[in-house]
Design a protein around this ligand. Structure first.
Ligand code: HL5
Ligand code: SIN
Ligand code: MN
Length: 269
């Protein structure tokens, strides 16, 4: 449940850490079902691909689906985040990027903290992203690609150049230029963590990442839970961004004393 000293050091060195099969494939299947349910809920939290039909991303499922409400407090996720960040964290953002087979589009090269500084005046990059594979991820279905160590390169490109979507800030809006990416890749290389459904990648909000379109028949549904330090709250000079994209419940989360599934089953009996 707790990260070893070696894992903590690797996270700080590389900016990401793969935890292979942290959850079981059965748990991932149950969460994928909950996602399919949630993807039918109409509203601005549901972002579609350019074909106007396929789901690209759904935000804030933890506020509608009990599986995800428990998952954000599951000790297998929350305890490592607390080890990497601080004891008092809350959900800044919760999203599931669907990457459907035959048509899930790319996610442009970017750094998350750039988006959050621009859109939400987020003071510091004191976040940890927990990316949970709802499907097995391989070289075919559009894995996230990281530039190891690039979280230590500063803010590479910190201006917004487009508005692809009104619903959220799409990474296209803050994409690195070809020159910026080429320089960084020459220095850092690229890695795309893969593994069975239920695997988790922890990654820094400053690491450069992106992913290719999915032309395989297999979906690549990825739940990304962003935890932020409760002492590092966003603020807006004008209208704040909607709650589905920036969490307002900043109460520090405490780990469940069991798994999300056991907690769910306990609540049902
Ligand atoms: N879509 C997010 C937001 O806050 C930002 C991106 O991967 C995170 C860059 O609107
Ligand atoms: C992706 O889903 O491939 C992109 C993930 C991210 O930008 O955080
Ligand atoms: Mn991102």
């Amino acid at each position: 449940m707790r990260l070893t000293k070696e894992q903590i050091n690797r996270y700080h060195e590389d900016g990401f850490l793969l935890l292979d099969s942290l959850l079981s494939t059965d748990e991932a299947a149950l969460l994928a079902e909950a996602f399919e349910r949630d993807a039918l809920v109409p509203g601005p939290q549901r972002v579609v691909e350019e074909d106007g039909e396929r789901v690209r991303a759904v935000y804030a499922s933890h506020r509608r689906q009990p599986e995800y409400a428990g998952l954000i407090r599951d000790p297998r996720l929350l305890v490592p985040v607390q080890q990497l960040l601080t004891e008092d964290v809350y959900i800044y953002q919760f999203k599931i990027n669907a990457k459907p087979g035959f048509g899930g589009e790319k996610w442009a090269w970017h750094q998350d903290y750039v988006a959050w500084r621009i859109a939400d005046n987020l003071p510091a990059p004191r976040q940890v992203n927990v990316a949970l594979f709802l499907d097995a991820v391989d070289e075919f279905n559009g894995p996230v690609i990281f530039l190891p160590g690039s979280h230590r390169s500063g803010l590479v490109n910190d201006t917004r150049r487009a508005t692809r979507s009104e619903q959220h800030l799409d990474p296209d809006d803050i994409a690195l230029t070809a020159e910026q990416l080429s320089g960084l890749v020459a220095e850092r290389g690229m890695v795309s963590p893969k593994g069975p459904a239920g695997s988790v990648v922890l990654f820094s909000s400053e690491i450069v990442h992106g992913s290719a379109p999915n032309m395989s028949p297999f979906p690549r549904r990825l739940a990304i839970m962003t935890y932020n330090d409760t002492a590092n709250l966003p603020s807006w000079p004008g209208e704040p961004r909607p709650e589905y994209v920036v969490g307002r419940d900043t109460e520090p989360l405490r780990p469940l004393d069991t798994t999300f599934l056991d907690a769910l089953e306990g609540a049902l009996v």
